[in-house]
Design a protein around this ligand. Structure first.
Ligand code: ACO
Length: 336
């Protein structure tokens, strides 16, 4: 059979940096509160010259360079994002700007789980045949949807992009050792960015007068709404389960894991999940102090930094897990 191998990584972050100190000037918070409760110290936020598309192009270019693959040799580009520059999808713009003339490009939306879902999707495209080089890009700019007056959420998020390149290989070279993916719409109320008009029509009850639906709409989105405590409880309960599930599918145990790379949401979630999995803290990859929660970008961004710094080496087993809005969550065990 055919395998799918990880051959390159890249990442990009906006220039503009916001410290905890900066935030404490416009919401009632402090560096101490944010560091102790979340582990976050800095985050990057898109400036005027930057976009989800531009960061995605930069991250992808670096991944192609590392793998020494030409843009025209890419067959598929998956842009995992919940904050595209265009609601119809931003992947084709990334494709155009990269010069991936021969690639199919489309968006995949699953908030903070987007990258893990994209990685599994890409692998299955390659294993199924007909696709040799696939770029999986995770990019988000939640700064666009965060209420910057809400101290309960605005302290958490940052913007970034990360990309991995997967390449067709032999069966025994396959990088995806196992996965376990889940979703449950019942938890939607705990974390969402809802379109305004939908929220209005549902709150005003069943409106059967057809004319109401025919008004020209200028839809906008509400700010990100989150019940932090519920999301926290969900993450520490659900994430260890899917990591265990994915390890089982891979036929290995936590002892065989070189690195635990969770979606970078909160250091306390990382600590609690690694504890429950009995994976020591030296094996936990964490860079959220520098970037906060960058949604679909957090896993490829942290992996790219760990690879480029020499921390993650060829052959290392990395247990990844994403979790977030939907709710969606999932784990993929990969070999670098
Ligand atoms: N600065 C100072 N005080 C604050 C701040 C702040 N930034 N935010 C909240 N507080 C106050 C609250 O008002 C509350 O005060 P009170 O006790 O007087 O009412 C107190 O601090 C405690 O607030 P909690 O919300 O109970 O604090 P908690 O310890 O739960 O931490 C946090 C909040 C950091 C949001 C935490 O719940 C969390 O990280 N949850 C997970 C969120 C997450 O990861 N979401 C992303 C998922 S991924 C995706 O798909 C987007």
């Amino acid at each position: 059979g055919r395998g799918s191998r990880l051959v390159g990584s890249g990442s990009a972050v906006p220039k503009h940096l916001i410290t905890n100190e900066d935030l404490s000037k416009f919401v009632d918070t402090s560096d101490e509160w944010i560091s102790v409760r979340t582990g976050i110290r800095n985050r990057r936020v898109l400036g005027e010259e930057e976009s989800v598309t531009s960061l995605s192009v930069e991250a992808s270019r670096k991944a192609l360079e590392m793998a020494n693959v030409k843009p025209e040799d890419v067959d598929l580009l998956l842009l995992c994002t919940s904050t595209p520059d265009d609601l119809f999808g931003s992947a084709p713009q990334v494709q155009k700007l990269l010069g991936c003339h021969n690639a199919l490009a489309f968006d995949l939306t699953a908030a903070c789980s987007g990258f893990v879902l994209g990685l599994v999707t890409a692998t299955r495209f390659i294993r199924g045949g007909g696709y040799e080089n696939v770029l999986v890009v995770g990019s988000d700019a939640l700064s666009r949807y965060v209420d910057w007056t809400d101290r309960g959420t605005c302290i958490l998020f940052g913007d970034a992009s990360g990309a991995l390149l997967l390449q067709a290989a032999t069966d025994d070279q396959d990088s995806l050792l196992g996965f376990d993916l889940r979703s449950d719409g019942n938890g939607h109320k705990h974390l969402h960015v809802t379109v305004d008009s939908v929220a209005e029509s549902s709150s005003s009850g069943a409106e059967t007068n057809g004319a109401a639906f025919l008004q020209p709409g200028k839809a906008s989105y509400e700010c990100l709404q989150m019940n932090g405590k519920e999301v926290f409880k969900f993450a520490v309960r659900a994430v260890p389960q899917v990591v265990e599930g994915a390890l089982q599918e891979a036929g290995i145990t936590g002892n065989d894991v070189d690195w635990l790379l969770l979606h970078q949401a909160n250091q306390r979630i990382l600590d609690s999940v690694s504890d429950r999995l009995h994976i020591p803290s030296e094996k936990v990859i964490s860079n959220l102090a520098n970037y906060g929660n960058t949604s679909a970008a957090s896993i490829p961004l942290a992996l790219d930094e760990a690879v480029r710094s020499g921390k993650v080496k060829a052959g290392d087993v990395v247990a990844t897990a994403g979790f977030g809005a939907g709710l969606t969550w999932g784990s993929a065990i990969v070999k670098w």
